[in-house]
Design a binder for this molecule. Structure first.
Ligand code: UD1
Ligand code: UDP
Length: 360
């Protein structure tokens, strides 16, 4: 049997890999989990292993925060050593973070089989480090697990050398597997307002920009309902730098709370009126049949056009007037989105089936 390495480093990778890890367990396939340590605070890393009941990583590489090159290069060096130590044959990376590119590059140069979960997404926004990460990873991978047909077409047009498999997105598996558990076990440590709007914002091209941060604060202040905003560590740092954190904290309509566990966040998505976010994963989760929420995407573009076409997401930019106009135009009574474009919750089953065949 070939040895499988599952590489993770940040919150969304742990969440989206969790159904794959569960499926590897179910099939009695041996694997190691390698955590680069790109995310290290309990609330954006450890909590997910605990809540999702997956094995703790076999190794942490303690890469931590740093510049793009420090994180990517540092992770590559440590990953190469770790793949050698574990005798890894096949490795799996998920998404578009620096951890993902480091894993794919280190692995392919060692002659390993690299599988990219969530292949073929493109925002065509070249301000985003993620756009380079996902594009380069796709071109360095042997197995491309594309969530949708649209992603497959993108990969074919770019003439990637690996094999493409359309699988759906594993985040839908995660939503389906965990919402019922969340309804029993989630522990919110603040009182949820009766009606509220769920907000997240953390993208570098947004929160590192003073003007955008100011616009976001204006939007949150103008909304008709209370806002629940679990604030990402990057955003917290930048809002503070731009003197906006205290202004948010002083507003009693804005519930500024720490990053939430996955079970808690599922409950927030389920109960909110609608969502304002620049997150990638949340755009997809909103389309899950058991979540089904409208999302206003606080960005100039999205690499998830399927969620827009299906009626869930609207890209509203980052200027306060534009965002508020779009929200005002939304009529929930008339809102009738298509079914989920990201699969039926069996993406991880399909992925592991392919890995299983490869590893014999
Ligand atoms: C990273 C990913 C992004 C993903 C996000 C998921 C890249 C280029 N970006 O962005 O695609 O959407 O993770 O949440 O890979 N910090 C802490 N504690 C932590 C981790 C980070 O305080 O545990 C702070 C540090 O100040 C750090 C900053 O957040 O400098 C940014 O962290 P980093 O991992 O570089 O990028 P993210 O913005 O988290
Ligand atoms: N999420 C969470 N707690 C939070 C905010 C988000 O568990 O407080 C989950 C969310 O449900 C989704 C993932 O984190 O599965 C998205 O991560 P993030 O927005 O950090 O990254 P992106 O998807 O933009 O790369």
């Amino acid at each position: 049997m070939k040895k499988i390495g599952v590489v993770v480093g940040t919150r969304p990778e742990i969440i989206k890999m969790s159904p794959v890890i569960r499926e590897l367990e179910k099939n009695d396939i041996k694997y190691n989990i390698i955590h680069t340590g790109q995310h290290y605070d309990e609330e954006v890393s450890e909590i997910f292993f605990r809540e999702l009941e997956i094995e703790r990583p076999d190794k942490y590489l303690d890469i931590g925060s740093g510049s793009q090159a420090e994180q990517t290069g540092g992770a590559m060096i440590e990953l190469e050593k770790t793949f050698k130590e574990f005798g890894t044959d096949i490795l799996l990376v998920q998404g578009d973070t620096n951890t993902v590119l480091a894993g794919a590059l280190a692995g392919i140069k060692m002659g390993l089989e690299v599988g990219h979960v969530e292949a073929g997404l493109r925002s065509y926004d070249y301000r985003m480090p993620e756009e380079y990460n996902r594009r380069l990873t796709d071109h360095a991978s042997n197995m491309l697990f594309a969530p949708t047909e649209e992603n497959r077409i993108t990969l074919e047009k770019e003439d990637v050398w690996g094999d493409i498999y359309v699988t759906g997105n594993t985040v839908i598996d995660a939503c389906i597997q965990n919402l019922k558990i969340a309804e029993k076990k989630a522990e919110l440590d603040f009182e949820l307002p009766h009606e509220f709007i769920l907000v997240t914002a953390h993208r570098a091209e947004n929160v590192d920009d003073r003007e955008v941060v100011k616009n976001f604060v204006e939007v949150f202040e103008e909304l008709d309902h209370p806002v629940v905003y679990p604030i990402h560590p990057r955003a917290e740092k930048m809002f503070k730098k731009y003197d906006m954190l205290d202004r948010l904290k002083r507003n009693d309509k804005i519930y500024l709370v720490p990053p939430q566990g996955y079970l808690e966040f599922l409950i927030l998505m389920k109960r909110c009126e609608f969502i304002l976010t620049d997150s990638g994963g949340i755009q997809e989760e909103a389309t899950a049949p058991n979540i089904k929420k409208k999302v206003f995407v606080l960005r100039r573009s999205t690499e998830r056009p399927e969620a827009v076409e299906a009626g869930y997401c609207t890209v509203v930019g980052t200027k306060s007037d534009d965002v508020l106009d779009h929200i005002q135009d939304f009529d929930e009574e008339k809102w009738d989105p298509d079914s989920c474009p990201y699969g039926d919750g069996r993406a991880s089953e399909k992925i592991v089936d392919i890995i299983n065949k490869m590893s014999e």
